[in-house]
Ligand binder design. Sequence first.
Ligand SMILES: Nc1ncnc2c1ncn2[C@@H]1O[C@H](COP(=O)(O)OP(=O)(O)O)[C@@H](O)[C@H]1O
Ligand code: SF4
Ligand SMILES: [Mg+2]
Length: 327
Amino acid sequence: MNLLALENLQVSIGPVQAVRDVSLSLAPGECRALVGESGCGKSVTAMSLLNLMPSAAKTNAVRWEFAGRDMRQLSERDWRRMRGNDIAMIFQNPMTALDPTQTIGSQIAEPLRIHKGLSKREARMRAIALLERLAIANPAQRAGQYPFEFSGGMLQRAMIAMAVVCEPQLLIADEPTTALDVTVQAEVLSILRELRESSGTAMLFITHDLGVVAEIADSVSVMYAGQTVESGSLREVFNTEAHPYTQALKRAVPNMTHPQALQAIAGTPPDLRHPPTGCGFAARCSERMAICEALPANFSCKAGSDHQARCWLWHPEHPARWREAEQ
Ligand SMILES: Nc1ncnc2c1ncn2[C@@H]1O[C@H](COP(=O)(O)OP(=O)(O)O)[C@@H](O)[C@H]1O
Ligand code: SF4
Ligand SMILES: [Mg+2]
């Protein structure tokens, strides 16, 4: 059974249709990467999964289940019990997530006191043990320090500690390595991999870095203009990418072993205040057909054994038909 089943999530913030149709599933222990260009709705999806969007945002989903519960029915009280306990999040920028006035140790210990009812002393001991596990030297002394006394890489580890201290079933990591230099990035990835292996936590790993995806994910969902446009196993999405957007994204990544010029994707994503009726990628797609702009690609077609794409090219009726109709 899936731990998370999300179908057709839609989030609008005023006139902006930030998320137009996102469907995702996660099995227990699975790591799914959510990738896509900046502004495509990754963070809004993540924040919505924790019910952390501002009240002005309107959220809807056809199905949204987590550990067998219908998340659309949760009260704010239920959410407070669940957040940081069953579902936790690592944010891109630790400085916005950590409280500058509290010591690192008390911030890591706090979820244990709230959710697990541990005493102050017990919670502190656990926080120190976790800092040690995350390779922070002198953890007992470090636990008594404030965020400003930590380096960027150490702050990121402290935030990971805060997120995983209650051993959540689902960890959402929103670009957790983007702001870090390459060495620290590798270290954070290896910490997350190890935590996943030891505790069986499922992960939704948000990134725009396809190199990171290959290192950490089992499966991949690609987002474009507020929609999931392709999803499947890491192998299928990486080796036989089906959607023209994913193909363009892959061409845009310089290959580490065979360096080549980075090919930027021509054009810009659609304005999400007035999203197009047809396929959101049509304006930039070299495979575009007349049907692509006329009809919304609001379906998911099979593109392999564990692989779906939202694209008319993969529609069960052969695309040659659409091409013929144009002539
Ligand atoms: N609080 C907000 N108020 C208004 N618009 C927002 C807000 N947060 C995000 N958006 C808009 O929603 C869209 C998706 O943003 P986001 O999810 O942050 O993208 P990503 O994380 O993929 O870079 C963007 O057009 C962004 O401008
Ligand atoms: S639906 Fe058409 S325009 Fe959209 S990605 Fe597929 S081929 Fe390109
Ligand atoms: Mg983001």
